[in-house]
Design a protein around this ligand. Sequence first.
Ligand SMILES: Cc1ncc(COP(=O)(O)O)c(C=O)c1O
Length: 380
Amino acid sequence: MLDQQIRDHDFPSLKCRVYLNTAAEGIPPIAVREAFQQYFQDKELGMDGRELHEVQWEAAKKLVSQLYGMSSDEVSICSCSSEAFNLAYQSLQLKPGDEVIISDLDFPASYTFGLQQSCPATVKIWEARDWELRLEDLQSLLTDKTRVVSISLVSFFNGFKIPLKEVIQTIRQHSSALIALDVTQALGRIPLDLEDIDLVISSTHKWILASHGGGLVGVPASRANEWTVPAGGWFNLKDAFGDRRFEKAESLPGAASFTVGMPNYPAVYAIRAALDYITAVGVEEINQATEPLVEACLAGLAELPVEFISPRKIENLAGIIAFRHPEAERIYQHLHSKQIHPMYHAGRIRVALHGYNTLDDVETFLRELKYTLSKSFVGT
Ligand SMILES: Cc1ncc(COP(=O)(O)O)c(C=O)c1O
């Protein structure tokens, strides 16, 4: 989608490799390097630099709010998704008898708080069947004790994209649970419609092409009471330095309560630059340009002797496709030696296709994968 010249200029490290691992680490455009340089320059000003940091902070929040479909006051930035989820659960003050629903296609960041011994709630698992999550299975888990359903829009494991509208409808019809959505594997890759979601969280080092050290939090104003974190800090407080500071600490409502201390400004600069970049290219455009690549990859894999563990229909996918093979580790090593970079983890090989990938990338990957699956390779 990016013409060759722009791609080479903005992502020079992609010139000599086939990079298929954005679901783990996005490749930042050169604009992000410049943002870090800018951060250093502003930081050198000492306290005078803070005004400049705050300009970046506001700009980053505005960009996040646009992608989340919220206002700037409804978003904030903490340090990673895991931190955001820990704080979110803290705000729920779960009690014995409360129930939390998670899915077995999810990344640990969003659910492991509930599995700590100190958490009094009961965790129920929405289990995938044939690598897909089914609405009827979710429905059967919902009760009047369900406090939160915490799920990813796109699974890090196999790329399954939940049918969001139907999931929301099912939850609303059968419980009064809050919906916490992890959009880490979707943000920047597919257009989002997050209406009627109660909490949105994303990491920043994957599809939005920014750096580590960010957790993008969205809390609609209507849910600010439910998601106000009673954490210590100062940036999150209404009046951290007032006369009554030794009497009580009161959090700002909603998203603002998730940023407890000084923001991670280097990451904020990177987020601002990366989201500027993504927004200028256009998420809709990225998605449209990348769909044929996903289709080509699906078609190519269907012809190969691998255990496919992703949905086969493009409407149930965003940018991730995964498969297994008994020789996955050797296959991965070979691909890597040829400068082809998918992910090998948890027994599967995962391919991630973003706007900077090309059909040539997919064809090179499939050709080399086919070789590794041939008798002359696997049989040796
Ligand atoms: C869905 C999802 N959420 C969160 C994370 C990462 O969480 P954190 O930002 O806490 O490192 C990942 C990383 O792979 C992920 O796939």
